[in-house]
Design a protein. Structure first.
Length: 187
């Protein structure tokens, strides 16, 4: 039995859940998230919780059970409170600024290349930039999209191990390497 899957997903007040096989729709205010539920997973919508169960006891269905319970929980938590990731830019002369263009938010990144990078954020992801500390705070109700956006931003300059320059997550530890030691004999 799945330890994660057997836990019911609590639905906070104000969150609306609609389930029409196979689509689950979770919404609160203007934010709506939609996800298909696998045919081997049954979902019961009760007034204040969602209960998931596998169709049979095969090992693959047990794995899907825990996965779908986590995905559904992320949808409910996302529309209710949202998720946040903070990225930090470390490098001399590197800059970032947020701009609005045609209803979409664009991050202008100067990361030591010969040209600036314009990174268009997906519609559900919002960014706040602190130009003094060079921190980008990304928020979104969709946890999967938030992680993907942060990973794409980080891919422009991954942290390098010698000086620690690059874009990294706040609190991430970078394993540092020692550079060349020079001549060992002195001549």
């Amino acid at each position: 039995m799945s330890r994660i899957g057997k836990l019911p997903v609590p639905v906070p007040p104000g969150v609306k859940v609609d389930y029409a096989q196979p689509l689950l729709k979770v919404s609160k205010g203007p934010v709506t998230l939609t996800r298909p539920i696998h045919r081997n997973i049954t979902l019961k919508v009760e007034k204040d919780q969602l209960i998931l169960a596998p169709v049979d006891d095969s090992p693959g269905n047990k794995a899907l059970w825990g996965l779908h319970r986590t995905l559904v929980n992320n949808m409910v938590v996302g529309v209710h409170t949202g998720f946040t990731k903070v990225l930090e830019i470390v490098g001399v002369g590197w800059r970032v600024e947020a701009q609005e263009a045609k209803g979409a938010q664009i991050l202008k990144l100067s990361l030591g290349y010969s040209h600036p990078i314009d990174f268009a954020l997906p519609p559900l992801v919002k960014a706040q930039v602190d130009p003094k500390t060079l921190r980008i705070t990304l928020t979104s109700p969709d946890k999967e999209l938030l992680g993907l956006t942060a990973a794409r931003l980080r891919a422009y300059r991954k942290p390098e191990p010698y000086k620690g320059k690059g874009i990294h997550y706040l609190g991430e530890t970078i394993r540092r390497k020692v550079g060349k030691a020079g001549k060992a004999g002195g001549k």
